[in-house]
Design a protein around this ligand. Sequence first.
Ligand SMILES: Nc1ncnc2c1ncn2[C@@H]1O[C@H](COP(=O)(O)OP(=O)(O)O)[C@@H](O)[C@H]1O
Ligand SMILES: [Mg+2]
Length: 340
Amino acid sequence: MESKSVKLAPEMLVPRLGEHLLQKGIINEANLQRALAYQQESALAGEAPLLGQALIQLNLIDKETLDQAVTELIIQLRSALQSANRNLEQRVRERTAELNEALTRLSELNQMKANFISNISHELRTPLTHVKGYLELLVSESLGEVNAEQKHALTVSQRATARLEGMIEDLIMFSLASRGELSMKFSGVDVRRLVSLLVKSAEGKAAERGVTLTASLKDNLPFVRADSEKLSWALGQLIDNGIKFTESGGSVTVAVQEKGENLIQISVADSGVGIPKERIEEMFEPFHQLDGSSTRHYGGTGLGLSLVRQIIEAHGSLLDVKSAEGKGSTFQFPLLIARE
Ligand SMILES: Nc1ncnc2c1ncn2[C@@H]1O[C@H](COP(=O)(O)OP(=O)(O)O)[C@@H](O)[C@H]1O
Ligand SMILES: [Mg+2]
């Protein structure tokens, strides 16, 4: 069998040739119909002439006129195509400009939000410092004797201010992070001491909830390379979560141990509610809590973990989470041992 390579004739590229020829008065409707019928018959016979060929074969048009008509159509089509392209480019340019504007606006809004949170949290801190100071004076009876009942009221108020202060610190940390200002100040940190202090300060809260909080620390642990303040804040968050998401009777253990020659592994393990595997990633989203219902059982802003992860990653480390629903969770990460 002879294989014919199909050559694209300009005419094949031109749709609606019949219409064009009619419009130009080169053929009439009756002739067009004749040519179309002829095309169909030929198709049945196994040939498939193009409309132009059919017209020529039927002597309804001469080759020169056909060529000219086809050329005209191609020119028309090309200019239509060019103008469509120009329109398209124009529209793409316009859309890009719009999107750029929206993006600028969005980052401005983001900046505004971060500034707002930053300003508000600093503003909140000032009056709170006064409240704390006076409460301290009252509790220590520097302003006069207080009876047992009054002392109790004052202690409750102190605890509430401590919570408020914690939330304000979270917000300050969040606004720093979202403005990309989470700058790290590394030094050799006595992680043993840092953890002991954190555990000590969380003991009251744990006891209140009936949770046993223990620190498992070896003697003579080397210092780690860390930003002391941020590490302390992050660990505080993990301990706070551990206590918060553990029922009365459960336990939270903070352990620090050497791992190989260069690393110290820090872990916070609880025997609490646990986290379903498929929801672990979700809990790192800012302002997100797994119990998002309006009747939330646990307090908090949902900010902690997203920042904890950022802080740990800024230490060049990774936060690992292991959890089993109903059995508890372990959050752990390694830090480099500091070598002077
Ligand atoms: N130790 C944990 N056990 C179970 N769930 C946890 C634990 N830590 C965090 N979560 C889940 O992740 C969510 C986000 O935690 P976090 O960012 O610290 O916010 P918050 O403590 O303010 O709720 C929590 O609301 C909780 O649903
Ligand atoms: Mg938390």
